[in-house]
Design a protein around this ligand. Structure first.
Ligand code: UD1
Ligand code: CA
Length: 420
């Protein structure tokens, strides 16, 4: 019979080793909080119930918890066993299988968890661990096996002796339990370790000694189980996700000339036959159309939208900007808080001066406009259809359709024709 599944996500811990004011699980990987990746994975498993255990700065973390996920608050941050106990308190009436995931292990794949769950259920195991073999296992709990090669306990790095530190098989932290087994054995865990914490990992030795069935399967790809405790591990995770994102775009018809130097945020949209030149950084909420050309050295910040056939060239910075199709912004420009139409040509060195020291102001540039090199547009300002600005002009007021504006501050040379 298929058992119901509940998931407990542990995300209450302090980010001691990150040395950060931000809770660890909110540290971004490719511009997305690491916990977001775990939440996505959980959603894809379609569990009956999900509990996120929060604690340290829970008011910040809960903002990214979707509705449908219960929140349980761990009052005393005294270890992963206490965290699981807190999670279980939100699953009182649940019966079935409990999967424990750590909020700082964001690279796990669904297939791996599925395999773990299948193995656990098919063999009617009490506790099934996901383990991994690492060439450099330091920092992780080590899996101890008895003479029959059965898992007998987990020893944390801090409590391990030299021989135990040599063990290459590690605890990834991902465990599946029969709920009843988990619930009835947590109480035997004691804080007998260097950190004086209640370690969930100690339940393994307890279960083994009580002749409960404990087993494990190995994660095939050790990269998946990377637990993030430090900024260096965060950088490793970033590198992996960045590579995955770039590969996905290339598989979907986007040319990335140098994936190494191309940083694309999670959730970016890019149309086919767009070419991304080297040293390009794309932040959150960016949408790029088809056949665009971006970079080299382009910085597209939050909420930029490029329609089809746009060129956002060398040394461009854009933020909160919408750029119409077939528009060129080719050389060193700053375009912020702007709505730019189609078939616009923005000359080299153009700046939208969007910040007056207090507020951010909008710039609107209508279709077919030609902005001369080195134009400064002091926002708020609107440049009408087919208008032209002279090189080096400083635009301080609205420019009508078809007008030509030159000078500092810009004056209008030729009025637009009425009614076209
Ligand atoms: C843990 C495991 C270790 C394993 C490693 C895998 C324990 C005791 N050790 O070590 O065997 O190799 O993960 O990455 O479990 N948390 C809470 N409440 C707490 C403490 C922690 O919710 O009171 C959460 C943290 O937010 C984190 C997770 O539990 O998401 C793991 O805690 P962490 O301190 O990172 O454990 P590790 O030392 O990495
Ligand atoms: Ca960890």
């Amino acid at each position: 019979m298929k058992k119901e599944l509940a998931v407990i996500i542990l995300a209450a811990g302090k980010s001691t080793r990150m040395k950060s004011d931000l809770p660890k699980v909110l540290h971004p990987i490719c511009a997305r909080p690491m916990l977001g990746y775990v939440l996505d994975l959980v959603k894809s498993l379609k569990p009956k119930q999900v509990v996120a255990v929060l604690g340290h700065k829970q008011e910040l973390v809960r903002k990214i918890i979707p509705s449908g996920v219960k929140i349980a608050i761990q009052k005393k941050l005294i270890g992963t066993a206490e965290a699981v106990k807190t999670g279980l308190s939100a699953l009182k009436s649940f019966k079935g299988t409990v999967l424990v995931l750590y909020g700082d292990t964001p690279l796990l794949k669904k297939e791996t968890i599925k395999k773990l769950l299948d193995y656990h259920l098919e063999n009617e195991i009490d506790a099934t661990l996901l383990t991994a073999y690492l060439k450099k296992p330091s920092g992780y709990g080590r899996i101890q096996r008895d003479k029959y090669f059965s898992i007998s306990s987990i020893v944390e790095e801090k409590d391990a002796d030299e021989a135990q530190k040599e063990i290459k098989e590690i605890n990834t932290g991902i465990m599946v339990f029969k709920k009843e087994t988990l619930e009835s054995n947590l109480k035997y865990i004691r804080p007998n370790n260097r950190k004086k914490e209640y370690y969930l990992t100690d339940i393994i030795e307890i279960l083994a000694k009580r002749n409960r069935l404990v087993d494990g399967i190995k994660a095939e790809d050790a990269k998946e189980v990377l637990g993030i405790n430090t900024r260096a591990e965060l950088a490793s995770a970033n590198a992996i996700v960045k590579k995955n994102i770039n590969e996905k775009f290339m598989n979907n018809g986007v040319t990335i000339l140098d994936p190494e130097s191309t940083f694309i945020s999670f959730g970016t949209k890019i149309g086919v036959d767009t070419v991304i030149y080297p040293f390009t950084v794309i932040e959150r909420g960016v949408r790029i159309g088809k056949r665009c050309s971006v970079g080299p050295f382009a910085h597209l910040r939050d909420n930029v939208e490029l329609k089809d056939d746009v060129t956002a060239g060398n040394f461009i910075e854009m933020v909160r900007a919408k750029i119409g199709s077939k528009t060129f912004v080719k050389h060193f420009s700053y375009i912020g808080d702007s709505f730019v139409g189609s078939n616009v040509n923005i000359g080299a060195g153009t700046v939208t001066a969007n910040f007056d020291g207090v507020n951010k102001n909008n710039t609107v540039i209508k279709d077919n406009v030609k902005i001369g090199s080195d134009t400064i547009i002091v926002a708020p300002a609107r440049i009408g259809k087919s208008a032209v600005t002279g090189a080096g002009s400083v635009i301080t007021k609205n420019i009508p359709d078809n007008a030509v504006a030159v000078g500092v501050p810009a004056r209008i040379l030729k009025k637009g024709r009425r009614n076209g």
